[in-house]
Design a protein around this ligand. Structure first.
Ligand code: NAI
Ligand code: MG
Length: 353
């Protein structure tokens, strides 16, 4: 298997966690006889410093030549005085848009060893493994018209979807569910919103092509409650942009730490993979960053861009093993756990692999 991976490490803890993730990918390549190449590229604050802009053309062009992009995090307090379109974060928004991925995948997994890190009861989170599929290019975030004319007492955003936009993201959810536990929960607000009625009718139609997958519909408000009460009832959760933004953050509580959460954005020219957390300037350079979110993101590259399901699972099992053995970075350390650094955690996962 050959794979060319753009590595956009970015700022703060971005390079620290990305480094551990690429080490794991190199180990997988060595163990499996794969040919992975890594292309380091500038993005964010470091790109402003070295190339004068948060997303240099050279970065975008080189990323478009790759099979997958691994992004660390962007953001640096020293650029806080700049306007939003010049700041490091602008580079992230620009590359997401330029790559054009429409299906944002966010797993929410309960690790038995980390049950003390989650405020939820262990009996509630036991065996939870949810995959959110959030539509990323439509809905309220992009719909026109949108304005707040500062002199007026009125503002508007538009929730808009076309059937084609719903079909393509629904297909991603059903394909994934067919390879998992065979269930899709589609979330909407069809009792109030016309857009949700189109969403529900379209998802129901797409479901006919996937007889092995069970479809259920949930209203977003009661879904918010079910996620905290009976999260193990869910396998793949399919939602539009805003609902997915909110619900996937809510479900982050199930895992317990921001440093543990991976993500992937599929469907664009190049798939984009990034841990959910930011550049964490408060702990950058201290060796405290948890690299597991980035390492689990690397596993998603193996699964979704390389078709190496067994290798992806092996990385995830290695993460479970290290946690079960009691090793913790400081964000997930409780009681007598053994606290290790970013690099030590990366090495432990490598050894377990
Ligand atoms: P953040 O995610 O960087 O940090 C929030 C808190 O979680 C901090 O206390 C941090 O130390 C901790 N944390 C985050 N990741 C961790 C990890 N892997 N291990 C251990 N602890 C971890 O969010 P914050 O503080 O709101 O933003 C900091 C900067 O990051 C800002 O410039 C922001 O714009 C940027 N940002 C970038 C994102 C991205 O690149 N995808 C996403 C979110 C924020
Ligand atoms: Mg969010």
């Amino acid at each position: 298997m050959r794979l060319k991976i753009a590595v956009l490490a970015g700022d703060g803890i971005g390079p620290e966690v990305t480094n551990e993730a690429t080490h794991i990918l190199k180990a997988v390549a060595e163990l499996g006889g794969h040919d992975f190449t890594f292309v380091p590229l500038l993005i964010g604050g470091i790109a402003i410093t070295e190339a004068g802009t948060p997303l240099p053309t050279a970065t975008l062009d080189a990323t478009l030549e790759c099979d997958a992009a691994l992004l660390g995090a962007v953001g640096d307090n020293k650029f806080n005085a700049l306007s939003p379109d010049k700041r490091p974060e602008a580079g992230l928004l620009q590359i997401r848009q330029a790559l054009g991925g429409f299906a944002n995948l966010r797993p929410s997994i309960a690790y038995k060893a980390l049950s003390a890190s989650s405020p939820l009861l262990p009996e509630v989170t036991e065996n939870v493994n949810i995959l959110f599929v959030r539509e990323l290019l439509g809905g309220l975030y992009f719909g026109e018209p949108r304005w707040w004319n500062k002199e007026s007492d009125e503002a508007i955003n538009t929730m808009r979807y076309t059937k084609a936009e719903v079909v393509r993201v629904a297909r991603v959810a059903f394909e994934l569910a067919a390879k998992r536990r065979g269930k899709v929960t589609s979330v909407d607000k069809a009792n109030v919103l016309e857009v949700s009625q189109l969403w529900r009718a379209t998802v129901t139609e797409v479901a006919k092509d996937y007889p092995s997958v069970t479809l259920e519909h949930q209203l977003v408000d009661s879904m918010a409650m079910h996620l905290m009460n009976i999260p193990r009832n869910f396998d793949v959760v399919l939602t539009e942009n805003l609902f997915g933004d909110i619900l996937s953050d809510e479900a982050g509580v199930i895992t317990g730490s921001l440093g543990m959460l991976p993500s992937a954005t599929l469907g664009g020219t190049v798939n984009l993979y990034e841990p959910v957390h930011g550049s964490a300037p408060d702990i950058a350079g201290t060796g405290k960053a948890n690299p597991l979110g980035a390492i689990l993101t690397a596993a998603m590259i193996l699964r979704h861009s390389a078709g190496l399901e067994a290798d992806a699972k092996a990385v995830e099992v290695a993460v479970h093993k290290v946690l079960d053995a009691g090793y913790r970075t400081s964000d997930i350390a409780r009681g007598s756990a053994q606290t290790v650094s970013t690099q030590e955690m990366g090495k432990l996962v490598h050894q377990a692999l």
